[in-house]
Design a protein. Sequence first.
Length: 432
Amino acid sequence: MNLLLRSNCFSAVKSSIAKGSILRRQLPFLSKLYYSIQVKNDIQQKSVDITWEDGLTTKFPHLYLRDHCCCSACYDPNSQQRFLFNCVYNDYKNKLAKNVHISNDKKVLSIDWEDDEQHPRSEFNLDWLKQFRFATDDDDVVASNIYYRDRHIWGSEMLHKIPRYDFYLLLQDDMELYQWLRSLMKFGITVLDNVPQKPGQIHKLADRIAYLKLTGYGHTFQVESRHMANNVAFTNAGLAMHTDLAFITYVPGVQFLHCISKAGVGGESRFVDGFRAATQLKEKNPEAFDMLVKHPIRYYDIGKDYINFNQLTQHPVIRLHDDGRLKQIVYADHARSPLMGVPFNKVNQFYEAVNHFLECVYDPNNMIYTTLESGSMVVLDNFRVMHGRSSFQVNPGDSRHLEGGYVDWDEVTSRMRILEQELKIDHTSAIV
């Protein structure tokens, strides 16, 4: 059971913190919950119908209620998980609620089950039922907000608006850490200042979240010009706009790039909100958008670094959530495989679709051009923000040196939910 569902059925302790405007907005499915004013047991439909104070009615199937019983025989309060026995093993599909009623204090719904001597009753906190109600045509708030949707989509105007945080404060202050992670979810790009100009700082920050993702290049990687480089990023050539690690199946969600020393000439960084480019593509050319959702590009990476590797996978350029919202952009020209995932009769159409997308990506109105200063760190949403760089030269005796690393979004949002509990923030971070 995921963390969004790990809520104690019999206690709903809630408080709020108003430090900064970022904490004042509550997700609708976790805003103030209302006690029911009417309950009906519909035997024919095998459902319990609850009409809430706001006038909306939610139907809860008997099967669902029996499956989610939180009594000590069905649910372990310590692990906050079900025991082994569930609807498959116990054939709950024929369970009927004989009687239903609300407690005098209007907080608990009690259900008496028909012909169930071993488990005659279940009780549910009404706040819990309100929180996990089913979506309807009139009440789609739960389904629509399970995925994060408070993103700020940006273009070139974002250059002087990128959220900035102090590196040392993030290492020491949990509230500041939480505010930063919320900004990262919202904008997809943040810059950290006052980072020591030596390797190892990404490790320190990642430890405040969870742990670094281990890849074929190690826990972190060093971006420097190398003789016989095993990746074009490790040369002084320019890099086209891309997302990182397109050649592995489980692409990391968050990327860290720590500028230890900048180039003498060139090496300008470029950033684009891939969701803005995808949205523009859908508006201008929906057929091209659909093509990039449907057909994948295959990617590969072969070489030796932390280990010997021969990676091969495929991703669509645009990946959607099951509700149709944008989930992820995956694109990297330098790692595209000659082995295409497109049928012969769609090849020309597919190339045209990619070109239309890249026209949006490289539109100057969408692009941020900036030079990372030594002692700064940029942190990106690798599911969304594409990045690249211009070619560079280094002065004699100097070097351009960046350290990079990754953390998965699952670990970031897990950490955020823990902070929400510990800091008593009335909010539950959604799925990225």
